[in-house]
Design a protein around this ligand. Structure first.
Ligand SMILES: Nc1ncnc2c1ncn2[C@@H]1O[C@H](COP(=O)(O)OP(=O)(O)OP(=O)(O)O)[C@@H](O)[C@H]1O
Ligand SMILES: [Mg+2]
Length: 492
């Protein structure tokens, strides 16, 4: 037997450190709602009266509840082995969420719970108390505590409209000493957080809300679900579903491309395309659902980078808890990593969705820059043309200034003007498509363009430029493809 020394974690240090798992108010509350849903609750009531100090936050549900022994056991850090078998619909994984989420926002929290018609039991973790005992001492509350707490909960609810005095609490979590929020001295900052909370919960639990499995109320106001894949909206393109097979499951993924009108509508405040407080840009990317609960959104999980023109692209992935180890789910259940194999399997879908989203984006930009002022063609410098390559921008020959210039010029200068406009047009399209290396489609180079190249060569060489300089200029203007270089080298 080797010499040993027992090192138990000092509770206060441990609690403070382990609770910094990257939780926000929203992700912490979502972690508690996971527990309620896993306990088959059909209603969750969140009450947070930020006008009454000291601040308290209540999260109650009507789920299965816990008896005294399991309540005690479930207050332990962690309360279960990570590798235990969990039911297929269980939203938990670490045996930590209740404690870490609570301590991420509060320094004292209590849970009261009961099963069936039995009496309530109450347990409290309190950092101040732990400082005095210096051990993992959980407070076992007296029977009167539950009554008092339920009364407080009811009183808080009655401060808001739509108080439901018939709601029977099975499990109630109370957070006190909300040190993070109390530091935000200004009420409007807290109100902002509550708005963000409403939006976050409506998003991550939208599948439970829309199927009616659970009703979540925040300060007695029913939360509405936000569906990021509004496939039945006009103009939405749905890409056919695909799969990635792992040893014991298959993972579904599916892409969607929002119509370009969504950009203007989202800006005007429509809540079809974005949840409250978010932009299309925030909502691009891959959405991962674990047992129908949205875990990750708002980015591309290292498949590609975020970009303004991808604002119309979304892909959803459905996983279950048997895939957890492959996805590196974090304790706050707000982020994960895509396994390499899945990223590979999704490559084509990502490419397709981003290509289509790019088209929508460009068409929207093109529509904006080519919209004729006052509806008159003479006032529109650019027009657009849709062909096999997508949208190409053209300088409008009917633009009043161009028309006036053309009529005043002799034939030679008219040619110079026309070539100049074509060159500018080429540059505009290079910038606009992002295809800096191919100014012209080789197949589009007809006799007219050849004639222009010929004239350009003459104009520049007559002005004293060397053939090497002119040749470089022509390839940079018309393209580096062999076919184009061939034409350039055959100019006389
Ligand atoms: N609202 C609730 N109703 C009934 N049981 C609950 C409730 N909240 C927690 N529990 C029980 O307490 C246990 C511990 O919860 P906790 O959130 O700490 O861990 P977990 O849900 O098992 O895993 P994770 O850390 O991934 O959330 C749960 O597994 C569940 O059995
Ligand atoms: Mg949990």
């Amino acid at each position: 037997m080797p010499e040993t020394v027992t090192l138990s974690p000092p509770p206060v240090f441990f609690i403070k450190s382990i609770s910094e798992q990257g939780y926000s108010l929203s992700t912490a509350i979502a972690d508690l709602i996971d527990n309620s849903i896993a306990a088959e609750a059909t209603r969750v009531e969140i009450l947070f009266d930020y006008n009454s100090f000291p601040l308290k936050l209540f999260i109650a549900d009507n789920g299965n509840g816990m008896d005294a022994d399991s309540l005690t056991a479930n207050m332990r850090f962690p309360s279960a082995d990570l590798d235990i078998y969990r039911g297929q619909r269980d939203l938990g994984r670490f045996g930590l969420g209740l404690k870490t989420a609570s301590f991420s926002q509060s320094r004292r929290f209590s849970v009261i719970s009961k099963i069936g018609n039995e009496a309530y039991h109450g347990r409290t973790w309190d950092v101040e108390f732990l400082k005095t005992t210096e051990d993992w001492t959980l407070i076992v509350e007296p029977a009167s505590f539950a009554d008092e707490t339920i009364k407080l909960f009811d009183k808080c609810s009655s401060n808001f409209h739509a108080h439901d005095s018939n709601f029977e609490v099975k499990t109630l979590v109370v957070w006190e000493q909300l040190y993070k929020l109390e530091n935000q001295a200004k009420k409007f900052e807290i109100a902002d957080e509550v708005d963000e909370l409403r939006s976050h919960l409506g998003l991550v639990f939208h599948r439970f809300i829309s199927t009616g499995k659970v009703q979540i109320r925040l300060n007695n106001q029913l939360l509405e679900g936000f569906e990021p894949f509004p496939e039945h909206e006009k103009g939405v393109q749905l890409v056919s579903e695909n799969f990635w097979n792992t040893e014991d499951s298959y993972i579904r993924f599916q892409g969607i491309i929002l119509p370009k009108r969504s950009a203007a509508e989202a800006k005007e405040g429509s809540l079809i395309w974005v949840p409250y407080g978010k932009t299309l840009d925030d909502m691009q990317g891959i959405f991962v659902y674990r047992n129908d609960r949205l875990i990750s959104f708002g980015g591309w999980l290292k498949t590609i980078s975020k970009s303004g023109w991808l604002q119309f692209a979304r892909i959803r992935i459905d996983i279950s808890n048997i895939n957890d180890s492959q996805f590196h789910l974090n304790v706050a259940k707000s982020s994960l990593k895509l396994p390499f194999g899945l990223r590979k399997a999704m490559k084509e879908m990502v490419e397709y969705v981003t290509l289509q989203a790019g088209k929508e984006y460009k068409e929207r930009q093109a529509a904006k820059v080519t919209r004729p002022s006052a509806g008159r063609s003479g006032l529109s410098l650019l027009t657009r043309e849709t062909n096999g390559r997508g949208v190409t921008l053209r300088i409008n020959p009917d633009f009043e200034l161009i028309r006036q210039l053309e009529t005043g010029l002799d034939a030679d200068n008219a040619t110079r003007l026309s070539i100049l406009l074509q060159l500018i047009e080429g540059k505009i399209n290079q910038l606009w498509t992002g295809e800096i290396d191919s100014a012209t489609d080789v197949s589009e180079i007809g006799s007219k363009t050849r004639e222009r190249m010929q004239r350009l060569k003459e104009y520049y060489m007559n002005a004293g430029y060397s053939w090497e300089e002119v040749r470089q200029f022509l390839t940079e203007s018309f393209g580096h493809e062999n076919a184009v270089i061939n034409i350039i080298d055959n100019l006389t």
